[in-house]
Design a binder for this molecule. Structure first.
Ligand SMILES: Cc1ncc(COP(=O)(O)O)c(C=O)c1O
Length: 372
C-alpha cells in the first residue's frame, strides 16, 4: 500500500538511495498498525476492528496464559496482549508513555509526537536502521573521537556505512579538552569530500562515552547550524543523558531550537540510564515521514518483544517511582561510587585531569603508570 508519497519526492536526497527503492509499506503491515490501534471488544469497543488479516494460534490461550503467569510470577503477564503480534515499532501505549517521559526528562522544546517515535531492540539496532535509511554503502558519518567504539560496527557491519573520525581530544586545551571544534569538523568534511567520500552526517554521543563530556547548548547549536549549512544529518545518541547524577549539566538537542528538524535524529535507550541492557530497548525520534516509514519497516526485524514492551511501559509510566525512588537512589549511589573510585585512584597516584564529574566515566592517562 502506498503511503501517499509520490516518486517525485524521492528525488530528495534526505534519505539514502536504497531507502528510495521499494519503500512502500505492505498492505498487511499498514492495516495491522491501523487495526491494532482500534481493536474490537464487545463491551469496550464494539465499533472496533476484528483482524482477519493475521495468522495467530489462540487455541490454547488459557493454558499458555496460566503457565506464563506461573513462571513470571507477574500479574502484568496475565493478559492476552503479550501473547500475540503487536505494533512492532512500539505499541501506541508505549510510544505515548515514552513521549511524556522524553518531554519531561529531556526538557523538549516541542511536544513529542508519539507518531514520530520508533522503538527497536536497542540503540545498536537503531543505529543500524539509521545507517540503512540515511546512507548508502561506502558513505560516511563524521564522528568526534574518542567515542564508543562499537558505533562503527553498528553503522558498518550490516549497513556498510563507515565512521570518519574527527579527533577532538586536546589535552593541552586550558579550559575544556573535549570542546566542540567546528573548525575540525569543517576540515575533516572537506578532506573526506576531496577524498571522494559522500559524507551524510555527524554522529554525536552526548554525554560522551568514554570521556563523559556533556556538550553545552552553544556547542550543540553550533554543530546543528554547521550541519544545516552543509545539509548533513545529525544523529544525537543521548543514551547517557540521565547519568548526570542529578547535578544537571546535560543539554538535549530536543531542548534547543533545531535548525533542520528533518535531518536531526534523537536517539535514546534503556541500557544505561535504567541499567536495563538486557531489555533491549532503543528509541529514535525523527520528523520526516519517509524516514519514519523506512524505520518502521526495519523495526519489523528488530522489534522489542511484546512482554518487554509491556514491562517498559509499566516502568516508565510509574513517574512517582521514577522520581521518588529510582533516580534519588541511583544518583546517591553514583555519587558514592564516584567518590570511591576517585579515592582509589588518588591512592594509586593516578591523575584524572580530564574527567567530567557528572557522568559514569573517568577519562585518565595510564601511560605513565607502572604496576609492580
Ligand atoms: C554511546 C553508546 N551508544 C549505544 C550503546 C548500545 O546501546 P544498546 O544496549 O541500547 O544497544 C552503547 C553501549 O555501550 C553506548 O555506549
Amino acid at each position: 500500500m502506498n503511503l501517499g508519497i509520490s516518486q517525485m519526492e524521492f528525488k530528495n536526497d534526505l534519505i539514502s538511495k536504497r531507502s528510495q527503492v521499494n519503500s512502500n509499506i505492505d498492505f498487511l503491515t499498514t492495516n495491522f498498525i491501523k487495526v491494532s490501534a482500534n481493536i474490537y471488544d464487545p463491551l469496550t469497543n464494539p465499533q472496533g476492528y476484528i483482524n482477519l488479516g493475521v495468522s495467530e494460534n489462540k487455541l490454547c490461550e488459557d493454558i499458555m496464559l496460566k503457565k506464563i503467569a506461573e513462571i513470571s510470577g507477574s500479574p502484568d503477564f496475565s493478559s492476552t496482549d503479550i501473547l500475540y503480534y503487536c505494533a512492532l515499532h512500539g505499541t501506541q501505549q508505549l510510544r505515548r508513555t515514552l513521549s511524556k517521559f522524553i518531554e519531561e526528562h529531556f526538557k523538549s522544546k516541542e511536544k513529542i509526537d508519539e507518531e514520530k517515535i520508533v522503538c527497536m531492540d536497542g540503540v545498536s539496532a537503531i543505529m543500524n536502521a539509521l545507517a540503512f535509511t540515511l546512507a548508502d554503502p561506502g558513505d560516511v558519518f563524521l564522528c568526534p573521537t574518542p567515542v564508543y567504539n562499537r558505533i562503527r560496527n553498528d553503522m558498518l557491519e550490516v549497513g556498510g556505512v563507515d565512521i570518519y573520525e574527527v579527533p577532538m581530544f586536546n589535552k593541552t586545551s586550558p579550559d575544556d579538552p573535549f570542546k566542540m571544534r567546528i573548525d575540525l569538523l569543517e576540515s575533516c568534511l572537506q578532506k573526506a569530500r576531496h577524498g571522494g567520500l559522500n559524507v551524510r552526517g555527524v554522529i554525536l554521543v552526548n554525554p560522551n562515552n568514554p570521556t563523559g563530556k556533556a556538550y553545552n547548548p552553544h556547542e550543540l547549536q553550533q554543530l546543528m547550524t554547521f550541519c544545516k549549512r552543509e545539509e548533513l544529518h545529525v544523529i544525537a545518541d543521548e543514551i547517557y543523558a540521565l547519568t548526570t547524577q542529578g547535578q544537571g549539566g546535560f543539554t538535549s538537542v530536543l531542548s534547543l531550537s533545531i535548525p533542520d528538524p528533518q535531518r536531526t535524529h534523537f536517539v535514546w535507550g534503556l541500557s544505561k540510564d535504567f541499567g536495563l541492557s538486557g531489555f533491549r530497548c532503543g528509541v529514535v525520534y525523527s520528523h520526516d515521514i519517509r524516514i519514519l516509514a523506512r524505520l518502521k519497516q526495519i523495526a519489523t526485524f528488530q522489534a522489542i518483544p511484546a512482554p518487554t514492551q509491556k514491562l517498559i511501559n509499566g516502568l516508565l509510566s510509574d513517574t512517582e517511582w521514577i522520581d521518588k525512588v529510582y533516580f534519588p537512589a541511583y544518583y546517591e549511589r553514583a555519587k558514592a561510587m564516584y567518590k570511591l573510585v576517585k579515592e582509589v585512584l588518588d591512592e594509586l597516584s593516578i591523575q584524572t585531569p580530564y574527567s567530567c564529574r557528572n557522568t559514569l566515566f573517568f577519562w585518565m592517562d595510564l601511560s605513565q603508570v607502572h604496576f609492580d
